[in-house]
Design a protein around this ligand. Sequence first.
Ligand code: ATP
Ligand code: MG
Length: 203
Amino acid sequence: MTEEQSKNERHKKAMEKQKAKVDARIAAADSERGVAIVLTGNGKGKSSSAFGMVMRALGYGHKVGVIQFIKGEQLSGEELYIKNHCPQVYLYQMGTGFTWNTQDRSGDIREAEKAWLEAEKLLTDDTVDLVVLDELTYMIAYKYLEENKVLEAIKNRPREQSVVVTGRGGGSALQDLVDTVAEVKDVKHAFKSGIKARKGVDY
Ligand code: ATP
Ligand code: MG
């Protein structure tokens, strides 16, 4: 056997082993229901990942609802796309901007409560397949929304419904409750070396 052939042979064996492991894991995950996901951490990629899942769900004709708890100063590309091309997606944006811009606690709380009513409608509607609660963690962290109320609604949602929460922090109770928690780590970010936030990339 040439060295190339024996490399190929070793590779094949390793891949067979790998496939057996993966197949066993797939066979073990036999419970079918909606999943609750938290995307957190200081790095870039939380909201854009959630909107990636919106696209995935839409690809199968699923019903999707998105509540945004912090609205940027301008609409982001995904918001524009949904507004202009996806009339079937329910999109609600909280009426205030970034909390450090409004500096109005009671106004923010009123708006957060209004947005939460919209979230509750989605979380009790079993025709909705995917609910995105973008930047919800800040509403819990700032105590704009009562943590227990949020957790109960996520816990008691329809069995087949999936929910994605994005935002830094959000507390351990939320992380304990959900099925999947992913933390995006900030290794480096262009903004910190002076590059402006970019259309179609950052917003
Ligand atoms: P994205 O919407 O790009 O997925 P995100 O949801 O993970 O980002 P947020 O904390 O919601 O991040 O921040 C919103 C804005 O700040 C986006 O324009 C994003 O690109 C930018 N951003 C995210 N992480 C960082 C970071 N570590 N440093 C500077 N800017 C960031
Ligand atoms: Mg975000």
